[in-house]
Design a protein around this ligand. Structure first.
Ligand code: PMP
Length: 352
């Protein structure tokens, strides 16, 4: 790659729209800051990123993103501590994963400096927008898509890397009831499940709509072969607590290597919670639910951190999970958010 980065230029808005925003009532990812970072890939190289006012993008109707879905994204957050200092949580992990997704989708990989310096510059420009209200943070959406033209089904010759910022409140409120999937799959061996690419999410919408119509809020994905193993919960990794052991499936072609997931595994071990990374069958979970050994299930991801599950449906039967006084989910959520908001020691060096 012959991309070299010059200084990032900043073009500021004439008038900020920050006054129009109610920071006490932020929904998730629906308000955007004044600026965005834009970086073009042309003639075989990434050009130096620039910060410009937040604005629509103009594309040719034949741009390959529209036809072949060549697109990838990341989801991360910035947090403000009580002293008004801004922190990122393991941002290099997001950068590395973006390039893992890029490789799988035949998108040119991005140099680390472009991502990290671009992100830091944008966060400095829109620093006033990072919410300080409890539970709120700045959701960061880096993405790359094929902006090059033509109906030929082959990788594009031009791409755009953009970062947008969305000051956000918390993602889910309350516990969710989930449906264990028996028919549809989100990914397959040899497929793109481990990449954060748009089509993975589009493909989830329809089965999720069917689950919602039945009164569930999310689908728990199972393996594409026999729908035998528990894999992910909606757009989150999943943890299952049987007795006092916290279990999650191993990452694979089909499962996204979640940063929250791996952080939880490290944190839980440090707290003395027994963890197991292994395949877990639907049958095992149902048996555990029946004999009272299933204590907790929760989703894990950047948006919600930890999203407790109140019960699940499978083959027409509903199973409830117990209400716990001090759940692993709530302990772990507190520990991670304390590190993210600089309220606690950071023994793993996760804060940047
Ligand atoms: N699985 C899927 C399919 C996801 O989209 C996400 C969100 N990025 C996760 C798991 C959780 O990953 P992370 O903890 O890195 O946000």
């Amino acid at each position: 790659m012959n991309s070299t980065m010059q200084n990032i230029s900043v073009e500021k808005v004439k008038k900020s729209k920050i006054e129009e925003v109610d920071f006490n009532n932020l929904a998730f990812g629906s308000v955007f800051t004044d600026h965005m970072l834009v970086c073009d890939y042309k003639d075989g190289a990434w050009e130096t990123p620039k910060v410009i006012p937040y604005q629509p993008i103009s594309l040719d109707p034949s741009a390959k993103i529209f036809h072949y879905g060549q697109s990838i994204f990341e989801g991360m957050k910035a947090y403000k501590d009580d002293n008004n200092k801004t922190w990122l949580f393991r941002p290099l992990e997001n950068f590395k994963r973006l390039n893992i997704s890029a490789k799988r989708m035949a998108i040119p990989e991005l140099p680390e400096e472009f991502f990290m310096e671009g992100l830091k510059t944008l966060l400095e420009v829109d620093n006033q927008w990072i919410p300080q209200t409890e539970g709120s943070s700045m959701y960061i959406r880096p993405f790359i898509f094929a902006s090059g033209n033509g109906f030929h089904a082959s990788p594009a010759d031009a791409y755009k890397f953009i970062i947008c910022l969305a000051p956000s409140g918390s993602y889910f409120s309350g516990k969710v009831k989930v449906l264990i999937e028996e028919k549809y799959s989100r990914s397959a061996n040899g497929g793109v499940g481990y990449a954060k690419t748009g089509g993975n999410y589009a493909g989830q919408f329809y089965p999720t709509q069917l689950a919602v119509a039945k009164g569930y809020s999310q689908v728990v994905w199972t393996d594409d072969h026999n729908h035998e193993y528990i894999e992910e919960a909606g757009a989150m990794n999943i943890f299952i607590r049987i007795d006092d052991t916290l279990i999650t499936g191993p990452t694979s072609d089909r499962i996204l290597d979640g940063i929250t997931r791996k952080s939880i595994l490290q944190l839980a071990e440090k707290k003395g919670i027994k963890t197991e990374v292994r395949k877990i069958t639907v049958t095992e979970v149902i048996e555990a639910a029946k004999n009272g050994r299933l204590k907790e299930m929760f989703g894990a991801g950047t948006a919600a951190v930890v999203s407790p599950i109140s019960g699940f449906g499978y083959k027409g039967v509903d199973y409830d999970l117990p209400e716990l006084e001090s759940s692993f989910a709530s302990q772990i959520k507190k520990d991670i958010t304390d590190i993210q908001y600089n309220r606690a020691e950071d023994p793993f060096g996760w804060r940047v």
